[in-house]
Design a protein around this ligand. Structure first.
Ligand SMILES: [Zn+2]
Length: 486
């Protein structure tokens, strides 16, 4: 029997040849890399430092109102003035305007006439949470509770058995305001929603996930000691009311108009031995709002007038006069235009908006290998691969989406590529798997160009979400590139 000639090459040779072939056609392929691999050690260091500042800001701005007040403070320090205090605006001037203390708009006046268009970054600063019901306080079995109504899309069972804090304003009978922030300091008490012990949880665990904990079960324990008075009914509830009155000067009726928000009492923390991730409450969408704010504040004498818009109410549909559908945000643009142009001309204003470019800076889902089946692996964002560009969001047959114009998407990509900013793309899940919306659909109605573009998040809408530090840092660079280069 003749010896069979071995036609098979050694596998190492094949790999080497394939690698050479790949390099030859590299320019034809779209490649998306992990930035911890592709970035320089300088990039990594900057990302770690940026993460420290971000965590500190997150810990003091857990609600939209707090985000606004912290941002205004930072903006004033950076030389921004309230728009209404100035009658005209010139190159290099910096202004801000608060939208009822729950939304914020900031601008830096550019060198070019405003009629050539504006560059806008727009994020939202509200996050899923539990709001108190208008009549929240009750006593049951010698314990005192607050009833809540959840805000935004949550998995209700995730909000039990974790430390919770109460934030927000209460307007007293005489019109004065007291702002509560209880549960964040180490020596503060926290608040708590119970869950059933597994020993007795068989019926509960057999329920559908949406019903494991029901909306009406999200009642917060706030006390369990009676008032020192034997001759009174509801002694436990009165005990708490007496305390609230002594400490904050409020009575039960004041809770009707209050905007008290129940949020996780946890601080933003590094995750992993290598500290590559950050876990925090409310990354959605402060992980985009913060770098957008930092980008506008870093701007000095830009070519085009640049704006950063921070919206409330995105998680419930952008309604209300502090949401993105409110005219108050456009009012800011109108006033900015008039004070820059020296005149208010409706036609000229409309033309300015037509030449305006915007990034809707909102988060998207990161690919989670544990739950791979909900995403198309070829069209999803991977953690630490950089900012995610989403041409469209929405659900089913692209329902409820802006679907950015091709020309504009390509323009944004050119800017990112010019600055060497890694980016990736993808959809929010597989076709027909679910979907989501952002503010872009409302902003596009004005006639400006807008594209969704933000940080990938794991465990989105949970009380403690996860992001990658390197994604956060490069998103900041991407937003900065957009307002500087567009
Ligand atoms: Zn969201």
């Amino acid at each position: 029997m003749a010896e069979k000639k071995n036609t098979k090459e050694k596998s190492s040779d094949v790999t080497e040849k394939k690698q050479t072939g790949k390099n030859k056609y590299k320019h034809l392929l779209a490649e998306y890399q992990n930035i911890w691999e592709s970035g320089s050690s300088d990039d990594h260091e900057h990302a770690m430092a940026f993460g420290e500042d971000y965590k500190a800001f997150m810990d003091i701005s857990k609600t939209e109102r707090e985000f606004v007040s912290c941002s205004v403070e930072a903006a004033k320090e950076a030389g921004f003035s309230e728009l209404s205090t100035l009658t005209e605006l010139h190159f290099g001037q910096k202004v801000y305007h608060s939208v009822k203390g729950k939304g914020l708009v900031l601008a830096v006046v550019g060198k070019k006439p405003i009629t050539e268009g504006i560059n806008i970054l727009g994020a939202h600063i509200d996050s899923p949470r539990l709001d108190l019901k208008p009549n929240p306080l009750y006593e049951e079995e010698e314990m005192v509770f607050l009833k809540t109504h959840y805000y935004g899309g949550i998995k209700k069972y995730q909000w039990t058995t974790i430390p919770l804090a109460i934030h927000g304003p209460v307007i007293r009978k005489d019109g004065s305001v007291v702002y509560l922030n209880i549960g964040e300091n180490e020596d503060d008490p926290v608040f708590y929603i119970t869950d059933l012990l597994p020993h007795l949880g068989a019926e509960q665990m057999a329920r559908k996930g949406t019903d494991i904990v029901r909306g009406e079960d999200l009642n917060l324990i706030i006390g369990g000691r009676p008032v020192d008075d034997k001759n009174v009914a509801n002694a436990y509830k009165i005990g708490i009311l007496k305390l609230l009155n002594e400490q904050y000067g409020i009575i039960e009726k004041d809770l009707v108009s209050a905007e008290l928000e129940v949020v996780p009492a946890m601080k933003a923390r590094d995750v992993g031995f290598d500290r590559s991730f950050i876990a925090a409450y409310g990354h959605d969408d402060r992980v985009c709002a913060y770098p957008a704010l930092m980008a506008i504040m870093s701007l000095d004498r830009p070519e085009r007038t640049s704006v950063c818009m921070l919206f409330d109410k995105e998680e419930t549909g952008s309604n209300g006069n502090t949401g993105a559908q409110s005219r108050l945000y456009e009012d800011f643009l109108v006033e900015l235009f008039a004070k820059c142009a020296g005149v208010y001309d409706e036609l000229l204003y409309r033309k300015t908006i037509l030449a305006t470019k915007m990034l809707s800076t909102d988060v998207s889902n990161g690919f989670d290998p544990k739950y791979a089946s909900v995403s198309d692996p070829r069209n999803t964002a991977y953690m630490s691969h950089g900012i995610k560009i989403e041409k469209y969001v929405g659900s089913r047959g692209k329902s409820g989406t802006n679907d950015a114009n091709s020309e504009f998407v390509a323009e944004v990509i050119r800017v990112f590529d010019k600055r060497g900013i890694p980016w990736q793309t993808g959809e929010l899940g597989k076709v027909d798997e679910g979907g989501g919306g952002t503010i872009s659909v409302y902003m596009s109605k004005l006639g400006l160009e807008v594209l969704d573009c933000g940080v990938p998040v794991l465990s989105m809408h949970s009380p403690y979400e996860l992001i990658s530090k390197i994604d956060l840092y490069f998103t900041y660079l991407a937003y900065k590139a957009f307002i500087e280069e567009m």
